[in-house]
Each structure stands twice: as C-alpha cells, then as structure tokens.
Write a protein of this length. Structure first.
Length: 75
C-alpha cells in the first residue's frame, strides 16, 4: 500500500507556509505525513526534508506546491 506525503519549504522564518499547507490539506494528506522546513533551499541538509526522504518508499506519492520548494540546486 502506498502512502501520500507532502513537503513544504519556506526560505525564512518570516515567510508563511499557509498557502502551501492549504493546498496539501485539500489533497487530504494526513497531518503526520506533511513535512515543513523553514530555511534556505540552497542545499538539502534540512531536518524535515531528510526525515521525509527516509520514510519514502517505492510507490509512495510526494506532493509539493512547486518544484522550487524542494530546493534550488538539483545537480
């Protein structure tokens, strides 16, 4: 059975994640499967991102509001 996850990132503590959170709630993603980081996307060394990646299994679905929420450097 696959699970559905959501990932939210804002670049600073002053930015608001509400828009992204509302979009994921509309998809009925369980609260415990939504991971939120409040820091720069310059690298992938983010606590909630790393926790989420460890939970993801083959067949799971990950929703993000926009690809740039994952990060800026994809190389």
């Amino acid at each position: 059975m696959s699970n559905t996850y959501g990932y939210i990132r804002v670049s600073s503590k002053d930015q608001n994640e509400d828009r992204q959170l509302i979009a994921q709630k509309e998809l009925n993603i369980p609260d415990e499967n939504i991971y939120i980081d409040k820091q720069s996307g310059k690298d992938f060394n983010r606590p909630q991102y790393r926790k989420m990646v460890r939970k993801l299994k083959k067949g799971d679905v990950l929703y993000i509001k926009s690809i740039d929420r994952l990060g800026r450097n994809y190389e």
